[in-house]
Write a protein that binds this ligand. Structure first.
Ligand SMILES: C[S@@+](CC[C@H](N)C(=O)[O-])C[C@H]1O[C@@H](n2cnc3c(N)ncnc32)[C@H](O)[C@@H]1O
Length: 244
């Protein structure tokens, strides 16, 4: 995802830092303790501007959600969207983040958002491969990858989020019965993903080349890329694979 550099991007992230998990420290050995409720953990890899995580976390409050994004300027949009949707304030008129009580957090100040108001999403900036490597075996209920980069050159195939390297890591962190869910506009990446999943211990439980006409259309939460592609008439491909 290409984006112009966000003005005061770091400062804006600092203001909402209470919603973040950072990769340093012991944080990953006990992810549930960073949420208000002890409930199953689901992960979105490459959350982009955050439309999906904002929507699904609201639709499915019975899960804790971790949104992973490697580009910090993109993450600014995601966390601010989530915070805004949850009634946690808005961008300040003269910069910074304005909390509902009118306090503006800027110039590197962090708002210590009460745990009860943080909701069921935490964000982390980093590469998914690294984040997943910190997570204990069997600690994740489901993993979502939406419109991930296709990395068309063969030499970069390991970076595709459905490469055997990533699938192996998903199988490690997922609990038995846990699911991997994938959506894409890209036919070539989808065909590749069907092959890699077929060759893995995952069991395919859902597969369609036209998600919006499928039996899962009603429950589908659109991402920003998904909206763009479907407005152009591109059919959305989707699959679900379960770890037995
Ligand atoms: C094509 S965009 C799609 C964004 C969003 N999921 C959507 O559907 O609108 C892919 C996003 O995934 C992020 N991304 C790609 N590979 C990643 C990785 N290995 N770890 C974390 N984020 C990644 C990119 O920075 C980008 O923001």
């Amino acid at each position: 995802m290409r984006m112009r550099k966000k003005r005061h991007g770091n400062e804006r992230l600092e203001a909402l830092d209470a919603l973040f998990l950072h990769s340093e420290g012991e944080i990953w050995t006990d992810v549930p303790s960073h949420f208000e409720k002890d409930q199953p953990l689901r992960i979105e890899i490459g959350c982009g501007k955050g439309g999906f995580i904002a929507g699904i976390s609201k639709a499915q409050p019975e899960y804790n959600w971790l949104a992973v994004e490697k580009i910090s300027d993109v993450m600014v949009c995601a966390v601010e969207k989530y915070a805004g949707d949850r009634g946690l304030g808005n961008l300040g008129y003269h910069g910074g983040w304005q909390a509902p009580d009118g306090t503006v957090y800027k110039d590197g100040q962090t708002w210590d958002i009460p745990m009860a108001d943080r909701g069921n999403v935490r964000f982390t900036i980093g590469d998914a491969a690294e984040v997943l490597s910190h997570l204990p075996e069997g600690s994740v209920d489901a993993i979502y990858a939406n419109f991930s980069d296709p990395w068309p050159k063969k030499g970069y195939a390991d970076r595709r989020l459905t490469s055997p390297v990533f699938l192996k890591e998903y199988l490690r962190v997922l609990r038995p019965g846990g699911a991997f869910r994938f959506k894409t506009d890209n036919e070539v990446l989808f065909d590749y993903s069907l092959e890699t999943i077929e060759a893995s211990p995952f069991r395919m439980t859902f597969c369609t080349r036209d998600l919006h006409s499928s039996e899962r259309a009603a429950e589908n939460i659109m991402t920003e890329y998904e909206r763009n592609f479907s407005e152009k008439g591109v059919l959305i491909k989707s699959l679900e694979a379960v770890k037995d």
